[in-house]
Design a protein around this ligand. Sequence first.
Ligand code: F6P
Length: 531
Amino acid sequence: MDDGAMLGACHSRTERQAMADRQAADRSWSTLNALEHPRLSDLFAADPERLAKLSTRLELGEGGVLFDWSKTHLDDPHLDEFEALAEAMDFAGARAALLGGGVVNVSEGRAAEHTAQRGTGSEEAVALAQVLHARMAGLVDAIHKGVFGEIRHLIHIGIGGSALGPALAVGALARPNGSLGGAMVDVHVVSNIDGCALEAAFAGCDPQATMLAVASKTFTTIETMTNAASALAWLESAGVADPFGRVVALTASPEKAVEWGVDETRVLPFPESVGGRYSLWSSIGFPVALALGWPDFAEMLGGAATMDRHFATAEGRDNLPLRAAFADLLYSRLRHCQTRAVFAYDERLTLLPSYLQQLEMESNGKSATLSGNPVDGPTAPVTWGGVGTDAQHAVFQLLHQGTSLVPVEFVAAVVPGDDLDEAHHRILLANCFAQGAALMQGRCSDDAARTYPGDRPSETVLIDELSPASFGALIAFYEHRTFANAVLMGINPFDQFGVELGKQIAGQMEQGGAIFDPSTQALLLAAGIGS
Ligand code: F6P
C-alpha cells in the first residue's frame, strides 16, 4: 500500500483517490519549492492586510491568546499551496479520524484519544474519561480533606510524557507566591534515574507529610520503577508505618500497579489510547489537580477543549495549529532549517521548551511514512530553546548573526505572574518584542561584524493571562500543530519505536555477559559495569 492508500485506509478513502491525492501532494511540493521568498519587510510593505491575515486571537471566555505568525515568510502564494497540500493529504479526514476516535496510530493499530479527556471523541471514550476523572477528583478531594493525614508534599515519579506535562503545568500555574496563590500541595517531579534527583526531592519533603505518585503508562519503565522503590524505602526508613498506603498509581496498566503493591482504590487508570506525551489531561495530571485543586484542573481541560473546537472547525489558514504547521514546513522543508527555537518570556514556562522537545521530536522525528516508505523530505526539526531574557545573553548572538537560519517562537503573557514593581514585566515584554523586531529588521553597517542580515522569522504567542484555561489552550495548540505537521508529511506522530533499541541495550549491559563494540566495552570496563 502506498502512503495515500494507507491514509485512505485510515480515513475511508478509496485507493484510487489516495493515489490521485499523493500525486497532487507531489505537485504541491514542487510548486512550493519553486515559490519565491520575498523579504519579510517586503511582505509587510506589499500587503497592508498582512498583520490582520496572520495575527489571530483565540477567545477563551475570560481573556484569550494572540497568535502572530505575520513575521514568518508565509504569504498568499505559500498559504494557497499549503492549503492545496492539506487537501491532497486529506487533512480534514485525518482530523476527523483523530477527533472521532479513529485508528490514527496505524503502526500500533489504535486511536489517539487525548482529546476525549477534554470532551471531544467517540461517545465511549468521552464517557470513560468522565468516569475516570470523577474517580481522580474523588481521590484529590480525599487527600485535601486529610483522609491520608496532613499531606503537604507530593513526590511525582515518572519520566518522559509521564513527567514533563505535570512538571510544566505545576511550574506554570502553581507558583509559591504568585498571583494565583500558593499550591495546595508542594509537588516535586522526579524523572531521572540519577539518584541525585530523588535525593533533592527528599531534601525538600517531610516524609510524614508526603505522598508518592508513581506515573507510568506501562508501569514497567526502569527509571520510574527504580525511583519508586527507593522512595518507598525512604518513607519506610523515616518511620512511615504503611509506605504503600501513601502511593497513588497513574497508569494505563492498572493490573501491574496492583501487582506491584498499590491498593486498587489508589490506582487511577487512563486508557491505552492516550499516548504518554499527550497524557497531561488524564490521571497523569493528578499532581496538577492536587496542587491547584480540581476546579483549576477542570479549567485547564476547558481551555484545551476551546482549542479543540477551533481545531475541529476552522479551515485552511484560519486554523491556528494548521497555519503554524504551514510555517513549520516552510522552514524545515523549503528553507532547510534543521532546528526551531522556542523562548518563553515567562519564568513560569521555563519547562516549555523541554516539554515541546518531547512532544515534537518524539512525535515527528521519523524517517518512514505511514505506509513504511522512506519519507521524501526532512521531518521534525530539532526543537530547542530557553527562557527570556536569559537566552538573549547566551544564544541570541547566533540567531541574529550566525549562519544558520532558525525560526524562533516567542511565548509571553501580558499580565505579570509576579507582584514586584511593574518595571520587571514591562522590561521583560519589551525585550521579547525587541528580539522579534530586530531579527526581522536587521541593520546595515560598513563593518561586517556589526551587520545584522535581518529577515529572520519569528512567531509570537501572546497570552493575556497565564491561567489554567489559557495554559490548556496553549498546550492543545502545540498538540494539534504537531499532528497537523505529521499529516502534511504523511507520518505517524503517535508511535516512538526509536526509543526502544537504547533501552534494550541498557538492559543487556545491566545483565552483563553481552559483548559490544570496543569503545563501549572499554567504557563499561572503566565504569566497572557488567562482567
Ligand atoms: O521512552 C519513551 C517513552 O515511552 C515515552 O514515550 C513515555 O512518555 C516515557 O517513555 C515513559 O513511559 P511510561 O509512562 O510507560 O513509564
